[in-house]
Structures are given as structure tokens and as C-alpha cells.
Write a protein that binds this ligand. Structure first.
Ligand code: NOJ
Length: 743
């Protein structure tokens, strides 16, 4: 009894309940807790279990969790949320010998109570500040619900739309991806880690998970270190520089070594070269899955390999909790490895203020305030509007007039409720009254003079044509038809790779049938990835890419359909013409035999049955107005190592509406010691232009912007000729040339 009281006193001292202890630095406080811990308790801190909220991976049946919490054998739980629930479990942790608080982690990927557009859709806004605000709202809502830590942002560069998780990232470009990664981290973490309206971010999946061979989830990754550094690592570095508190391993092996035990990635790059001070969590079960990879024989070896490589916390594989104590005792894992991991984990718990008050994120008043906060919904609507991409608008079919007499709304998503949410979203019991469907959004928008007709037409994945007749009748009675087709919310996401990314089942046939009526058609496509829809693109009048837009989807869609918001989104990924083209991405190399044009097939690098270029290029997106670009004016055609040059264009709104353009700057290094991409995004600016207005837009180019990784992995620029491109997408650009001169 006496001994227990003494330990409690020491922990209070270390934890800061004593005033003089407040003056200690966090490092000192961590060390004083560490000194009190047994080896078993240390290993417990490196252990994370799934709660019972829901499972986001294969479940291991284990009835002993609560007991383990009370014995201090658990550092963190995932999928536990809500004030009441987190409080209950934290109370159990407070019954443990040292009363070390639990961390509650959760996949808050695109919103918690308020669902935002999926991250790929948000990336299409190219609006970094609004993306930050989106993550800010998600962070606030989650922190108010007892969550300390989100497993986001997912910053994996992805060039393969067959991979279902493209929906979760920012697309194919490392420059745009890096800006978005940093914005999301800042949004989640707020002004200061430890504020009760902020959660810890987690940059994932480290690393190169998006390059799974064949686009099949969890598959191997085989790539040069140059590609890794040039395309896949920059968003992680940006997340780290923005202060990301944690990192998560990826499931894949990278060049034969599973990322979970990849000491090059974890100790060499992340904790070594980049000096990351936070902690690394494995992905769900990924420590144990190294047995399936064929990298280790059993969980004992798995625990050893992952811990030594620098994976600090084991999510759900139980390899650490079952083996690390023994591994340390027999000398196969140095105690310093365990101490370092625990030190990193405890540091974050201190920074989050959990040692001062383990219940500080469990606050009913805050939870109630954030639960249905109208300001959060307003941010979600703004984000949703900015995420929509106008891909085609023949003859100015859009925006629709509010005085249109009869509009037929046809398709499986017009009245769909939960499909608006997307894969990584939470379902709430009152969703059906909260989520704005397209039908509801449009109904609110039109006046009494407009009649709306509805027909579902067909399902998403079933091949019944029974609804075609009703849809045709609705179309025939309408002045204009608005269709909404695409993927259901669970068709893109984790473990949702698809070998065919066409419009599923009979949806394209339904569009063809409606098109045959001769009525003008607007097609909206809901999806978590770039889909292939060539016939639609070539034949219907107008196309809006509407992704999965979240709680306010229908309101945002109605605003865009009727011109209250002029679409401004631009594609963050190239859209292929056929699966056989994949991967198709804009920043590719030239070849020794580049094709001059689509009909040039004479011993050149081309498909004999398909053009090389994508159906819609990276950066593409139309507006209801038009923008024209002047020629580029360069402040100098020569750039010297310690100087900069300025490239300026005048952009004019030549159409009939006010609008916003995303002016994009691309550069090509014509000759390099290693070959360079034909184009690389180096900057962009969003400009609002009133009808008829013109503005000059300038970009400053410094030699540092021209650095790349050479064959020795040195990040350098090389003198020589460069080409510079400015335009509204990666294809339709103005061009200028400059020379980078050595001193
Ligand atoms: C597996 C996913 O790969 C990861 O992104 C997620 O955070 C964890 N499951 C936890 O749900």
C-alpha cells in the first residue's frame, strides 16, 4: 500500500500535477516517467488495439482489452470515439499502476460529424487555404468527441486510378501534393498541439504505398530511389515540416523490404536525415503481415525487425506485446530501442496535455457546440463547390436557367443519401435528414415555375434495364435532362482496387438511351477516382465531375448547376482513355523515340490503337466563362545561380460571367545529367476575374526551383536550357525559354 502511494506521488510529480513539476521541460518529465516504468509497461505503450466502434481492418478476437488497459499494457486505441466512450476507457487507464493516459486515434480523413468532399475532390479545388479550413473543422469536431489523433493526411502520390485509395490523397503531382499535405497537417493540428480543438496529424503511408504494382492495394512497390525522392517523398517532407506529430508505415514492401521494417526509410530518412521527433505507428497488422510477405518467419522476428527499424507502435498485430519483452531480455532488441520509442510516444502524450488532464478532450459542452455547427456546414459547402470540375460545356448548356420549365433528374445518385459521403466517412443515425441529396438541393433552388421529374433509371452495379422506360418518359417530357451516374461510395477506398474503371454496369447504356431522345443532357459523375467514360465525353453536352462531396453535396451541386457558383476545379490526376494506358501522368519523361502526333506510329513510342495522351490532362477544368492568356513576358532570358527571373502573363476573362482561373506554371529542363520530365508543376495562382476584366499574373523562378535528384541522389540544379509554360492546365499552355547560366 505504502509502495503504491509512493509510485502515485512520483507519477503525479512527473505528470505535472505538482506545481514545481510544471516548470520541468517535457523531456525531463518524460524521462522521470520512463524511470518508473517496468519493461512490460514500456512495451505496453508501444501497443495499439482497435476499440469496438467499428473495424477498419481484419479483427483479432481478444476479450482481454479492458484488463490490459488496467494493467498499463496499452498505449493507444483506435476506433474509439465520443466523449462518454473515451472517458470510460481513459478511466480504466487511470486505474493502472502509473496512470499513463491512452491516446485515442481515428481515421478522420474527410470530416467527422460534417463530411467533407473526399480528399481527391478537395485537391481538385487547388485551394490550399480552403483545404486547410476543411481539416481544421474536422480536427475541431474530432477533438470535441474525445479523439486525440487522426490517421491523416494520406499523402501518397498516386498515378494509377485502378488503386482504390487514390480517393484519399491529392493525386499525382508532388508539388500540389506537398502544399496540400502541409495544409492538412496545419488544419488538423491547429495553432498549437495540445489545444483542445486540435488533433495530432499522421502522415501516411510511409512510403510509396501509392505505387502498388498494377494498382492492386497492398501490392509490392519496386522503384528507383530517384523516383522515391523526387515524386513520392516530397509530400511526406512537407507534412513533417508543417509539424506532423506522427507518421504511419505503409503495407507494401519497397524494393523487397516491407516498409514497416524498412530501416532505410525509418531510421535513415525519417528519423535520421529529416530529424523527425514524433513517433511512427505501423499500419493495421503490418508488423505481423511481414510473415506473409516472406520477410520474417514469425511474430517474434516480426517484432524484432520492426522495432529495430524504428516502428514505434504496433497497430493491432500484437507482435510487440507478445514478444518485445522477451526480445529485450534475451538481448535481441536493445533496451535503448524500446526506451526511444516510448520516449517519443510519451512526449506526444505530454504535448497533448494528457498527463495534466487525461480527460481534457472529453467535454460535453464542446462536443455539443461542434455537433451541428452551421459554420462547419458552411465550410463544407464552400469546399464542395470548389471541388467540382467542369469537364465539358458544349454550346454553353450550363448553367441552367432558373426559368427552365421542366427538368428531368435521372440516375442512381439523384436521390442517393449515403453515397454522397464517400469511403472514409462516418454514418450517423440522422444522416438521412442531414445529407443534402441532389434532388433536395435542386428542389430548393428552382422556383414554382419549374417542374422537376425524377427517374432512377438503373442501379449502380446491377444490370437491370427495367427502369429505362421510366427514365426515357421523364426525359421526353423535359426541356433538359440532368443525370447523375458513377461509383457507389464503397467502390473506391481501401481494398477497392478495380481492373475496369468504366462507368459500372448499364449506366452508360442508360445515358445512350436518353441521348437518343435528342434532349440536351448534363451528366454528373460521382466517383472516388478518375473513371473512363469516353462515349459520354464525346457525345453528351455537359459533364461535371462531382466525386463524393459530403454532407452538403446537393446544395453545392445545385449552386453549380444554376450558376450561383461558377465551377473552378481542376483535375489533380490525369484521366486515362483506357486502362491499357495506365499509368498515364503528365510529368513523364520523353523517350528516345517520342511520337510527334497521334498518327505518327513509325517506330515511335506509341500505342497503335490509342493516342498517348490522357482523355483529360492533369490540371484541366473549365469555367462557365472563358479565359485567354497573353504571351509570356520574361524579366530576363538568363537566370544566374544567385538571382531570380519573373514570368508574367495577362489573363483576361473573355466570357460572360465572373469566374476564377487557376493559372499554372510548368517547367522543363531540356538536358539533364539524368533525363527530366517533359513538364513539372512549379507554381500556380488562383485569380478571380470579373467579366471582361484582365489581370497580370507573375511567377518568380529561382534556381532552387530547378533542383532535382541526380544519379548520386544529390539535390542540385544544372546549368542549361529550360522551357517554361503557363496555362490553365498541363496541356494548353503558352511557352517561353530561358537559360540557367553557371557563374
Ligand atoms: C489501414 C489503413 O491502411 C490506414 O490508412 C488506416 O489508418 C488504418 N487501417 C486504421 O484504420
Amino acid at each position: 500500500m505504502k509502495q503504491a502511494a509512493c509510485i502515485l506521488f512520483l507519477v503525479m510529480l512527473a505528470g505535472g500535477l505538482n506545481v514545481s513539476a510544471q516548470k520541468k521541460t517535457i523531456a525531463q518529465r518524460v524521462d522521470s516517467v520512463l524511470r518508473l516504468m517496468t519493461l512490460e509497461e514500456k512495451v505496453g505503450q508501444m501497443n495499439q488495439y482497435n476499440g469496438d466502434w467499428e473495424a477498419t481492418g481484419p479483427i483479432t478476437k481478444d476479450g482481454d482489452k479492458q484488463n490490459q488497459i488496467r494493467r498499463g499494457m496499452l498505449g493507444s486505441m483506435l476506433n474509439v470515439t465520443g466523449v462518454e466512450h473515451t472517458r470510460q476507457l481513459q478511466q480504466m487507464a487511470m486505474q493502472s499502476r502509473l496512470k499513463i493516459p491512452l491516446l485515442f486515434g481515428q481515421d478522420i480523413i474527410h470530416g467527422y460529424r460534417t463530411t467533407f468532399p473526399i480528399p481527391l475532390a478537395e485537391a481538385a479545388s487547388w485551394d490550399i487555404e480552403t483545404i486547410r479550413q476543411s481539416a481544421r473543422v474536422a480536427g475541431k469536431e474530432a477533438a470535441a468527441a474525445g479523439v486525440h489523433w487522426t490517421f491523416a493526411p494520406m499523402v501518397d502520390i498516386a498515378r494509377d486510378p485502378r488503386w482504390g485509395r487514390v480517393m484519399e490523397g491529392a493525386g499525382e503531382d508532388p508539388y500540389l501534393g506537398s502544399l496540400i499535405a502541409a495544409a492538412r497537417v496545419k488544419g488538423f493540428q491547429g495553432r498549437h498541439l495540445g489545444d483542445t480543438d486540435a488533433v495530432m496529424a499522421c502522415a501516411k503511408h510511409f512510403a510509396a504505398y501509392g505505387a502498388a504494382i498494377g494498382g492492386r492495394d497492398y501490392n509490392s512497390v519496386d522503384m528507383s530511389l530517384r523516383s522515391l525522392w523526387e515524386y513520392y517523398l516530397p509530400p511526406f517532407k512537407a507534412a513533417l515540416d508543417a509539424g506532423a506529430a506522427t507518421f504511419m508505415n505503409s503495407f507494401n514492401d519497397l524494393n523487397g523490404i516491407p516498409a514497416t521494417a524498412n530501416s532505410y526509410l525509418l531510421r535513415g530518412v525519417l528519423k535520421g536525415k529529416w530529424k523527425f521527433k514524433g513517433f511512427v505507428v505501423s499500419d493495421w497488422g503490418s508488423v505481423g503481415e511481414m510473415i506473409n510477405h516472406g520477410y520474417v518467419k514469425d511474430n517474434y522476428e516480426a517484432a524484432r525487425a520492426a522495432a529495430i527499424a524504428g516502428c514505434d507502435m504496433d497497430m493491432e498485430s500484437r507482435s510487440y506485446i507478445k514478444n518485445l519483452v522477451t526480445l529485450v531480455k534475451v538481448g535481441k532488441v536493445p533496451l535503448t530501442v524500446v526506451d526511444e520509442a516510448v520516449r517519443r510516444i510519451l512526449t506526444k502524450k505530454f504535448e497533448m496535455g494528457l498527463f495534466d488532464d487525461p480527460f481534457r478532450y472529453c467535454n460535453d459542452a464542446r462536443a455539443a457546440k461542434e455537433w451541428d455547427n452551421p459554420a462547419n456546414l458552411a465550410t463544407a459547402k464552400k469546399m464542395a463547390e470548389k471541388s467540382i470540375v467542369l469537364l465539358k460545356n458544349a454550346g454553353g448548356l450550363l448553367p441552367l436557367s432558373r426559368t427552365t420549365k421542366t427538368i428531368a433528374l435521372i440516375g442512381p445518385f439523384i436521390k442517393a443519401v449515403r453515397d454522397n459521403l464517400g469511403f472514409w466517412s462516418y454514418e450517423w443515425p440522422d444522416d438521412s435528414s442531414r445529407i443534402v441529396t441532389t434532388w433536395a438541393g435542386v428542389s430548393k433552388k428552382v422556383g414554382d415555375g419549374t417542374t422537376l421529374l425524377y427517374a432512377r433509371g438503373c442501379g449502380v452495379t446491377d444490370s437491370s434495364r427495367a427502369g429505362f422506360a421510366g427514365a426515357l418518359a421523364a426525359a421526353q417530357n423535359a426541356d433538359v435532362v440532368v443525370m447523375q451516374v458513377g461509383e457507389a461510395r464503397d467502390m473506391s477506398g481501401e481494398a477497392k482496387s478495380r481492373s475496369s474503371i468504366r462507368l459500372p454496369a448499364v449506366q452508360e447504356d442508360l445515358i445512350k438511351a436518353i441521348q437518343a431522345t435528342g434532349k440536351p443532357i448534363v451528366v454528373m459523375i460521382n466517383a472516388g477516382r478518375p473513371l473512363i467514360f469516353n462515349w459520354v465525353a464525346d457525345n453528351v453536352g455537359a459533364i461535371l465531375y462531382t466525386w463524393w462531396l459530403g454532407t452538403t453535396a446537393g446544395d453545392a451541386i445545385a449552386d453549380v448547376l444554376f450558376g450561383d457558383y461558377n465551377p473552378s476545379g481542376h483535375l489533380p490526376m490525369s484521366f486515362p482513355r483506357a486502362e491499357g494506358q495506365i499509368p498515364v501522368y503528365y510529368n513523364h519523361f520523353s523517350t528516345g523515340r517520342p511520337a510527334k502526333n497521334d498518327s505518327d506510329l513509325y517506330y515511335v513510342s506509341a500505342y497503335t490503337d490509342l493516342p498517348n495522351d490522357p482523355k483529360f490532362p492533369f490540371g484541366f477544368g473549365l469555367s462557365y466563362t472563358n479565359f485567354s492568356y497573353s504571351d509570356i513576358r520574361l524579366s530576363s532570358a538568363v537566370l544566374r545561380p544567385d538571382q531570380s527571373i519573373t514570368a508574367t502573363v495577362t489573363v483576361t476573362n473573355t466570357g460572360k460571367m465572373d469566374g476564377e482561373e487557376t493559372v499554372q506554371l510548368y517547367i522543363r529542363d531540356l538536358v539533364g545529367s539524368v533525363v527530366r520530365p517533359v513538364r513539372e508543376l512549379k507554381g500556380f495562382q488562383q485569380v478571380s476575374l470579373r467579366r471582361g476584366e484582365k489581370k497580370t499574373v507573375s511567377f518568380t523562378i529561382k534556381p532552387d526551383d530547378l533542383r532535382f535528384y541526380n544519379d548520386k541522389l544529390e539535390y542540385k540544379f544544372e546549368p542549361g536550357d529550360f522551357r517554361l509554360y503557363i496555362g490553365g492546365n498541363s496541356r494548353d499552355v503558352r511557352e517561353a525559354a530561358f537559360l540557367l547560366k553557371a557563374d
